[in-house]
Write a protein of this length. Structure first.
Length: 296
């Protein structure tokens, strides 16, 4: 089964153009399943896999304490893997064809209100070393609703300061254009002209945001920077990069933006993913009504 997994991962990379993180996650799920098949049932060939066997494995993982969302990822990986094998004739029949995805309770995303975002951004000091960079990063996360990986990979040649547009590569290597607000543009321009040149080294690439060593920032380091800035802001909320993306979408919606436009700016493949923000906005409206209406 290992060779078939290798072949499938190459298919995801070359034919489907899916991200490296997705490939790694899928490979992990399939490798763990193959290892269990071999150790628990002595099965090493995909042709011997049956639906009851897959169900038994999922039951084992569930009893071990794995969450429903993690099990769903395994189910998706198994379904697309066996469909791939069946389509190319390696299997007579797809054993996962009737396998259903576990139902997952959808939680409403956390958000900051507009005053909290303002407090966070304004609290970032620009005089200390790398202050201009940190301010520009947080401005851009909120102004354009970027994922943390999209911020890390943002490049100078993809930013048009005149049109205030940034071209980003999202999930599945899909390109999209996102608008950048005037304040974020100003913060970027100041950082790029005054601070970034001091960080450039011989091996520096064209990534916008750089470390002391002139290399692009990792997503882990960006996470730390946002947490550090949040701690200094005095806000009690648990602030992290994706919270600014949630806040970006919620504030657009509450101020009248069309849901389809928000979907396009966020890079969501399915409108149902974006629709969760309508529930957030409804919750906010209910809270305001309850607080201020005399007969609420």
């Amino acid at each position: 089964m290992e060779q078939e997994i290798d072949s499938f991962i190459r298919f995801l990379a070359v034919e489907r153009g899916l991200s490296e993180n997705y490939q790694l996650s899928t490979r992990r799920s399939l490798t763990e399943f193959a290892a269990w098949c071999g150790s628990a049932r002595g099965i090493t060939n995909a042709r011997e896999v049956t639906l009851p066997l897959i169900s038994e494995y999922l039951g084992v993982r569930k009893r071990s304490g794995l969450s429903a969302s993690s099990i769903k990822l395994i189910v998706v990986a198994l379904k697309i893997f066996f469909r791939f094998l069946a389509n190319k004739g390696a299997l007579e029949r797809d054993p996962s064809e009737t396998l259903t995805l576990p139902r997952i309770e959808r939680y409403l995303p956390e958000t900051l209100n507009e005053l909290q975002v303002e407090q966070l951004i304004e609290s970032v000091e620009t005089k200390p070393p790398l202050g201009l960079r940190n301010r520009a990063m947080i401005e851009l996360l909120y102004a354009s609703g970027l994922r943390i990986s999209e911020l890390a990979n943002a490049r100078l040649e993809n930013f048009d300061s005149n049109e205030r547009i940034l071209r980003v590569t999202g999930k599945g290597n899909k390109m999209r254009l996102v608008p950048v607000g005037q304040k974020a543009c100003n913060a970027l321009a100041t950082y790029v002209s005054m601070e970034r040149p001091k960080l450039v080294k011989r091996r520096t690439g064209s990534e916008i945001f750089l470390s002391w060593r002139g290399m692009k920032l990792t997503t882990a380091r960006i996470w730390q920077i946002v947490k550090e800035c949040a701690r200094r802001s005095g806000l009690e909320a648990n602030i992290y990069p994706h919270l600014l993306r949630h806040s970006f979408a919620t504030h657009l919606l509450s101020n009248g933006a069309d849901l389809r436009i928000i979907q396009e700016m966020l890079g969501h493949a399915d409108i149902s993913t974006t629709q969760v923000y309508t529930h957030v906005d409804q919750q906010r409206l209910k809270a305001v009504h309850h607080k201020f209406h005399p007969r609420a």
